[in-house]
Design a binder for this molecule. Structure first.
Ligand SMILES: Cc1cc2nc3c(=O)[nH]c(=O)nc-3n(C[C@H](O)[C@H](O)[C@H](O)COP(=O)(O)OP(=O)(O)OC[C@H]3O[C@@H](n4cnc5c(N)ncnc54)[C@H](O)[C@@H]3O)c2cc1C
Length: 504
């Protein structure tokens, strides 16, 4: 029978073919390990969720000098940008607020402390080009304004990131990589030590031995049965934004040998996406099905009623929480509505979510309602009540960046719109149908600072490590934009090193 793998004994087997797995393999190789990577996807669908991203990394930095050191493409104009330093304290505060103080403090500290070094290692030691995140700026007349903490992006976004890391792997013959090969079971000896995996490749099954195994094979967002089981009713009916291969295999394999489930197993990252998004998600669509700039308009359901505070906070603090609300609406659908001025505002926005996709345009709210099969009177009532409730005050997440003088809120209606409450009264009107798109799940395995998987008796499982989105305790109830890739890179470096050094 044909063998699946080349060697009889690897130093480590890395399970997964996403950004975390590949960086783990590069680190393990850097410290002298003989490495095998198993990617369940075929070559043309490789790269995990990382491939679908815009490649944004949240890191601690001291402003433009740091950004210039890490990146390759800063223009003369951008060099003069006022980029506020993003301090460790600010990262800590944002992370704590976003996760309602529930994030595992040890994990958070590790991510924040190592964020810059991890991206610097990728850029300088591994030659994975980073760029200034030009998508995080807005042009106001002749002036370029930076809008937030996310200033670093992989060249070519997620696709560029994936191609660059796979390029590094392919030019390193000492790292072996098998596509269409899933790990299905962990091998454990009678001392409880993990000594390899059972792998499955197109129907062939083989035990492959290694001194350690690193699970970097994501969560369970692509598995409808597990979504219904852990996230609850209707979650089997949502769409999946990223890879179709993250079915919870690594979680199951680890828990089967006593690994401790940890974190927010009923929670996930889910956003509003174009309701016509194809399933499974297409690699070439990347992020383009996202619909995140609801903050500039209203979101209504098929009964013409609002159900979220569209201006509650900045997009990066609400977008990952709001997708789930679409799942609970009649028909599991919602509509994001803008008037002419709102539509102009979203075009100014750095994230170009609304330039394509599915939408309806009409001259009156009633016509818009008819096109959407929503009761025209109900929608008109919602819009009229909203316009009548607008008054000065509220939050300023984006107003000033778009050159608006005064912030507005709509108060006294349910739910309120706490910021960016621009009137919705100037035709034409636009409606974007959206549904819930899951990005990834929050529940995972408990690991320690060395990346070792912890068992249900709170002891490390010898020979077993985990990195990336399979780790639990990183996010609770909410997520902070651009933390996933950073966490993946940080844990890849830690785990790749320890999986080799601990097991010599
Ligand atoms: C549309 C979208 C946009 C995003 N944008 C951003 C962003 O800009 N910035 C950011 O920080 N984060 C972003 N994220 C989140 C980010 O993608 C994840 O945080 C990150 O990719 C997690 O990396 P990972 O390597 O742990 O998992 P993944 O990238 O999901 O990789 C998991 C891998 O495991 C493989 N696998 C699964 N089961 C097995 C098995 N049994 N055997 C072998 N292999 C297996 C899969 O094929 C896959 O290759 C986005 C996610 C999506 C979907």
């Amino acid at each position: 029978m044909t063998r699946i793998a080349r060697e009889d004994l690897y130093d480590t087997i890395v399970v997964g073919g996403g950004n975390t797995a590949l960086l783990t393999a590069l680190k393990a190789h850097e410290v002298g390990g003989k490495v095998l990577i198993l990617e369940k996807a075929p070559k043309e669908l490789r790269g995990g969720n990382g491939y679908f991203t815009t490649g944004l990394y949240r890191i601690v930095h001291n402003g433009i000098e740091d950004i210039m050191r890490l990146t390759s493409n800063i223009t003369e104009e951008e060099k003069n940008l006022q980029i506020k330093p993003y301090t460790a304290d600010q990262f800590f505060t944002d992370y704590t607020v976003a996760t309602e103080g529930l994030v595992d403090p040890e994990m958070m500290e590790l991510i924040i402390e190592n964020s810059t070094a991890a991206v610097e290692w990728m850029a300088t030691d591994q030659g994975i080009e980073m760029e200034f995140g030009a998508g995080t700026t807005v042009r106001l007349g002749d002036t370029l304004v930076h809008v937030g903490s996310l200033a670093i992006q992989s060249k070519g976004g997620g696709a560029g990131l994936s191609d660059a890391i796979y390029g590094r792997i392919e030019e390193t013959p000492a790292i072996e990589l098998l596509y269409e090969t899933a790990a299905v079971r962990l091998l454990v000896d009678d001392t409880g030590k993990v000594y390899g995996v059972t792998a499955k490749q197109k129907g062939r099954i083989q035990d492959i031995k290694a001194k350690s195994v690193v699970l970097a094979c994501g969560g369970f967002e692509s598995n409808p049965a597990w979504r219904a089981r852990y996230l609850g009713k209707d979650w089997d009916m949502c769409k999946v934004r990223g890879t179709r291969f993250n079915m919870g295999d690594g979680l199951k394999m680890a828990m089967d040998i006593g690994a401790q489930p940890f974190g927010n197993w009923s929670g996930c990252h889910a956003i509003f996406i174009d309701s016509e998004s194809p399933q499974p998600a297409l690699l070439e669509d990347g992020e383009s099905t996202s619909k995140r700039i609801y903050v500039m308009g209203l979101v209504v359901n098929a009964e013409g009623k609002r159900f979220v505070d569209e201006g509650e906070d900045t997009i990066d603090l609400t977008y990952a929480r709001y997708g789930q609300h679409a799942l609970k609406q009649p028909g599991r659908i919602a509509f994001q509505i803008f008037d002419k001025l709102g539509h102009e505002r979203i075009q100014k926005f750095p994230v170009q979510d609304y330039l394509g996709g599915t939408y309806v345009q009409c001259d009156t709210i009633e016509e818009l309602a008819e096109e959407l099969a929503v009761d025209p009177e109900a929608l008109k009532k919602t819009v009229d009540e909203y316009n009548a409730a607008i008054k000065p005050g509220g939050k300023l997440p984006y107003h000033h960046l778009l050159g608006e003088k005064e912030d507005l809120q709509a108060d006294g209606i349910k739910p309120p719109k706490s910021g960016n409450a621009f009137p919705l009264d100037t035709p034409p009107f636009y409606a974007f149908p959206v549904c819930c798109g899951i990005t990834f799940t929050f529940g995972g395995l408990k690991v320690n600072r060395r990346g070792q998987v912890i068992d249900t008796a709170d002891e490390p499982i010898p020979g077993l490590y985990a990195a990336g989105e399979i780790i639990g305790g990183l996010f609770y109830n909410n997520y902070m934009g651009a933390t996933g890739l950073t966490a993946g890179a940080v844990f890849a470096r830690i785990t790749g090193e320890n999986a080799i050094k601990d097991c010599q």
